[in-house]
Design a binder for this molecule. Structure first.
Ligand SMILES: Cc1cc2nc3c(=O)[nH]c(=O)nc-3n(C[C@H](O)[C@H](O)[C@H](O)COP(=O)(O)OP(=O)(O)OC[C@H]3O[C@@H](n4cnc5c(N)ncnc54)[C@H](O)[C@@H]3O)c2cc1C
Length: 303
């Protein structure tokens, strides 16, 4: 079984999550080759074949042209799986490649299981188990679902090229305007999740953050509900944080949230459900009603 892993580079640097493709391939037990539109300066730490297209010529983002480059690598490698990250690059490019190959696509894979792959559904409350049919399948992997794994040795470079332009002209990157605090620098973060119930309960969580001399963070539903602004969100579409202490209040531990905080030094989770997935990454899981436990903890800390 062989997987062609589609790495990503941005502004001349390999994106860290490209190594999650290797972690996935190990879990699958597949042989690998990688594909990258980048430069020799952005090569992964990996000893296998890397199909390398020159980003200076092909652009870091050019879906039509990159599709043709991936197809050229598929032609040479004949993989069973073409694997992208579920990133803005992957979710744009993977369907184009799947259509061109007339291949099944499984989007947002979070686990390899007996007889197939799992992907989330029903707002992350359930998982589909699917097994793509056909000679080749296209997958995208949820960021953070598989551990990053660096390879050893020097890549065996296979230059790859394709003719023509694309129908999208990439104009450049524009940094997002970030409101509020920079959570990436915080040593302590106390985050509120949907489990706090309502906006009026936020001051209770903010009070704990203050008592711990930390910053206030949030899961996405708290931001989507307008209880806090987007700058407070932790996760794949929010900030990636690595504080010494992370306190998750009423947060279930969806993969997209975990991806943003799993590098925290010590994680305390307060959840009324002892089976909540956050328990898998928490050093301490307090099984309690967050609105009862947090004020009691804050009062103790104040003493
Ligand atoms: C493409 C994409 C990107 C995403 N990006 C992000 C992201 O960047 N960040 C992010 O956070 N999410 C993100 N999400 C959403 C993510 O999948 C989850 O839906 C979200 O993280 C869930 O937030 P939550 O844990 O606060 O809410 P829920 O999943 O609803 O969990 C609430 C938790 O609170 C507990 N609870 C309820 N009441 C109480 C109580 N009284 N006391 C104690 N515990 C209680 C429940 O047991 C439950 O575990 C993304 C989703 C997608 C599809």
């Amino acid at each position: 079984m062989k997987a062609l892993l589609i790495g990503e580079s941005r502004e001349g640097k390999l994106l860290e999550h490209s190594y999650e493709l290797l972690g996935f391939a190990s879990r699958l037990g597949a042989g690998t080759a990688m594909f990258l539109v980048g430069s020799e300066a952005a090569l992964p730490s990996y000893g296998g074949t890397v199909y390398l297209a020159d980003a200076a010529k092909c652009g870091e983002y050019n879906p039509d042209l990159h599709k043709r480059l991936v197809l050229a690598a598929v032609e040479r490698e004949k993989p069973d799986y073409v694997v992208f990250m579920h990133s803005s690059y992957g979710w744009d490019l993977a369907p184009r490649v799947a259509v061109a190959l007339k291949a099944a696509q499984v989007t947002e894979v979070v686990a390899v299981v007996e007889g197939g792959f799992e992907r989330p559904c029903c707002s992350q409350k359930m998982r589909h188990k699917v097994n793509p049919a056909g000679a080749v399948a296209v997958l995208t992997l949820q960021v953070g679902a598989f551990p990053g794994e660096m390879g050893a040795g020097t890549p065996q470079l296979q230059p790859i090229d394709a003719e023509g332009d694309g129908r999208v002209v990439f104009q450049g990157y524009e940094p997002a305007v970030r409101k509020g605090v920079d959570l990436t620098k915080a040593e302590v973060i106390v985050s509120a999740g949907r489990g706090i119930g309502k906006k009026e309960n936020l001051p209770v969580i903010a009070e704990l953050a203050r008592a711990l001399r930390g910053e206030l963070g949030a899961s996405r539903p708290v931001v989507d509900s307008g209880w806090l602004d987007a700058g407070s969100q932790v996760g794949t579409t929010g900030q990636t944080v690595s504080p010494k202490l992370y306190v998750a209040c009423g947060i279930s531990g969806a993969i997209q949230h975990l991806a943003g905080m799993k590098k925290s030094g010590f994680v305390v989770a307060i959840n009324k459900d002892k089976e909540a997935p956050i328990g898998e990454v928490a050093d301490v899981l307090v099984v309690a009603d967050v609105m009862q436990f947090v004020p009691a903890l804050t009062a103790k800390l104040a003493k």
